[in-house]
Ligand binder design. Structure first.
Ligand code: MOS
Length: 702
């Protein structure tokens, strides 16, 4: 961008503007909405996975002191639209998955609501359920498209012929587990209907997008969007699970209308989140690679099997990254879904790329092993000149730079390529590498307004800060675009009263909202000059993406894994990532994004796994005692670095999204390091000790 004066805010290591209120505990989250005399909600959940509710006895619940109302399918209001069957809560007696909401208690306190919910007696007519994902099911189907709008299948050249002719091949099947989003702040909503009666609904909701929540909610209640306000200045993490409203929002709006004049609050319990807030589908990925003796790929096929729910389709785009990552004349990707009696899968940090870079990046390591070629070099040899498939030039692509810089920082050149060679005390030590990638996404609808107010500049947009840094980074962008010091810029986000903003999803926030802010600043300067009067104002919209280019961020992750010689315990001693992600707007918040993503990737590699009992359809480890997420003690050292990358095509800032790329490839790097440590290929996540122990037992004694 061109600057009217010395710009110095973008790129600076500025502290988070929201840091102090968060540390002080005064930041107003959805559960803190200032509402007097609020009633509290607690959901009653189905204990069967498929069937019908035949009887609901609410007598004992209603008799409890402090209970205000009990809503059931018989008494709850009819929604104006039931098209989205995940959100059509309490509209009929069908049970489509275990944990589905079958009744709702409204009470004077959360404790009474929860107690009363336990007193509701539910009778069921059970039907046989089916919750088991297997690649050999005979009812798998090809979706019309995969998330958000990619073709389910792609094919170029002749993969089978190329595999048959290849000097070296890999044909293995890899699996990733079911994972549940667990932001620190649970899904929480407060709702208040305007008692004046003509229907104005205010929602305080923990969401990744106030405007997108409103756009989904308003039609459910037959309301014009102008009659709904959504407020959300702070979010305690979302990771995709707050990217679209879940039933808590609908229940809050419904209950608030059932108790006129009284606000209501709901916060899902941690256990309820495992049925009601989305999750990442498990995946089965058959990966086939063919290469010539020099390691140049001649064939690449990824065939994915994953699940969706019977009531609403969600098709994770797991095969998509294999379409653009490496050069290969022959390529095929497919997606097949099993529609099961399970909750609706949804977005979780880097949908598609995160699971979809596990199988292929381990397969690349296996190919390197079979070729006797260094895995860094193998990837460099398969760099495409243009984006495979589309044939478009990359706006910038520096995977090679990331691999080289990471290799140098990690002392990769001293690595003995043979597995099982290094031992330190009782630990076998190995290192591994994998690549990361994430697309640069731009949403179409976002507007920012800049206004002069009391000598300051106020930038307003209904954007979200999930803990990502938006409060701080939008101010930096606005300051440079206006040519004023950053401390004279105030940012206002998280409210539908501000100009419309897209959801914080697909790492698109800075590209989309930042572009709108730059446009607003340009309009402001053009209109009001260097001495704008108080009240001066201008707006700008995000423009279209430059579709002549393929735009992606890249990275390389290096892992050191240790496997205990007797117990098989696996630890990640070190993780190092190098990213080429355009211009870094704020190194402090960016480092948090990269390190946070890599930590979540480590967690996926070693710990996380939702265990769905096929007999009941219940995620049995639905709490933090049994669903382990990497904690401080699991992380010995994580470093994130980035290359200076100048990309004039992505947006006015030259930045690429960084919220998700950190989790992409991490689990593959760890699996590759575990193989190098002990010689065992773990193709099924998570990498738990039972998967490496048999090989350790066969090792010769000391
Ligand atoms: Mo992210 S899973 O695109 O909210």
């Amino acid at each position: 961008m061109t600057f009217p004066s010395e710009p110095d805010a973008v790129g600076r290591d500025l502290p988070r503007r929201d840091g102090a209120v968060k540390v002080l505990g005064t930041a107003g989250y959805a559960g803190d909405a200032p509402l007097a005399d609020a009633a509290y909600l607690h959901a009653v959940q189905a204990t069967i996975a498929r069937g019908r509710v035949t009887a609901l006895d609410t007598t004992a619940a209603e008799a409890l002191d402090g209970v205000v109302a009990v809503l059931t399918p018989a008494t709850a209001e009819r929604l104006a639209s039931t098209e989205d069957r995940e959100l059509a809560v309490l509209q009929d007696e069908e049970v489509a998955f275990r944990g589905q909401v079958v009744a709702l208690v409204v009470a004077d306190s959360s404790e009474v609501a929860r107690h009363a919910a336990a007193l509701v007696r539910v009778g069921y007519a059970r039907q046989a359920h089916d919750v088991e994902l297997r690649a050999d099911r005979d009812d798998l189907y090809a979706p019309e498209k995969v998330n958000p709008d990619f073709p389910a299948d792609t094919s170029e050249g002749d993969v089978d012929a190329a595999l048959a002719a290849a000097a070296v091949t890999v044909d293995e099947t890899y699996t990733t587990a079911m994972y549940h989003n667990n932001p620190m702040e649970p899904h929480a909503t407060a709702a208040l209907w305007d008692p004046a009666g003509d229907g104005f609904l205010t929602l305080w909701d923990s969401t990744q997008g106030v405007h997108s929540t409103r756009a989904v909610l308003a039609p459910l209640f037959g309301l014009d969007e102008a009659r709904v306000r959504v407020v959300c200045p702070y979010v305690g993490g979302g990771f995709g699970s707050k990217g679209q409203p879940h039933v808590n929002v609908v229940l809050a709006a419904m209950a608030a209308r059932a108790v006129p004049g009284r606000p209501v609050r709901i916060a899902l319990t941690r256990q309820q989140m495992f049925a009601l807030a989305g999750y990442r589908t498990p995946t089965v990925q058959r990966c086939r690679l063919g290469a010539d003796r020099d390691g140049r790929l001649t064939a690449l096929a990824v065939d994915v099997v994953e699940q969706t729910s019977r009531i609403k389709e969600f098709a994770e785009q797991t095969g998509v990254p294999a379409r653009m990552m490496y050069a290969s004349a022959n390529r095929r990707t497919t997606h097949r879904l099993a529609a099961l009696d399970v909750p609706v899968p949804s977005w979780m940090r880097a949908p598609g790329e995160c699971p979809g870079m596990f199988g292929p990046e381990v397969a690349m390591d296996e190919l390197a092993e079979r070729l006797g070629l260094d895995p860094v070099e193998l990837r460099i040899r398969n760099e495409p000149a243009v984006e495979p498939g589309s044939g478009k030039p990359f706006s910038s692509r520096d995977l090679v730079g990331c691999l080289r810089e990471g290799a140098a920082r990690f002392d990769w050149s001293r690595r003995d390529p043979r597995p099982g060679m290094r031992r330190r005390g009782d630990w076998l030590v190995g290192t591994g590498v994998a690549a990361s990638t994430y697309p640069v996404s731009r949403m179409t609808k976002s507007t920012a307004t800049i206004r002069r107010e009391g000598g300051r500049y106020v930038a307003e947009i209904g954007a979200a800060d999930l803990g990502t840094g938006t409060w701080t980074t939008l101010a930096q962008i606005a300051a440079d675009a206006l040519g004023v010091p950053v401390d004279r810029v105030e940012v206002r986000i998280g409210d539908t009263d501000h100009p419309v903003a897209s959801v914080a999803g697909g790492s698109s926030g800075m590209t989309t909202w930042g572009s709108a802010v730059v446009e607003a600043a340009r309009a402001f300067r053009a209109k009001h000059g260097a001495e704008p009067p108080d009240g001066a104002e201008a707006s700008g919209d995000v423009g279209p993406a430059d579709d002549r280019y393929a735009m992606h961020a890249f990275g390389a992750q290096f892992a050191e894994a240790r496997v205990h010689i007797d117990t098989g315990e696996v630890r990640v001693a070190r993780l190092l990532g190098v990213f080429a992600a355009g211009r870094i707007i704020n190194p402090r918040t960016a480092r948090s994004q990269f390190v946070g993503g890599m930590t979540m990737g480590l967690s996926m590699a070693l710990h996380e796994q939702s265990v769905l009992d096929p007999r009941t359809g219940h995620v049995v480890n639905h709490d933090f005692a049994d669903y382990h997420i990497a904690a401080n003690a699991d992380v010995d050292g994580i470093e994130a670095h980035w290359l200076p990358e100048h990309d004039p095509h992505v947006n006015a800032m030259g930045s690429k999204g960084i919220g998700e790329i950190g989790i992409v490839g991490t689990a593959a790097a760890v699996s590759n390091a575990v193989w190098h440590a002990c010689g065992v290929r773990v193709r099924n996540l998570p990498i738990t000790l039972d998967k490496v122990l048999p090989a350790l037992e066969q090792r010769p004694g000391p």
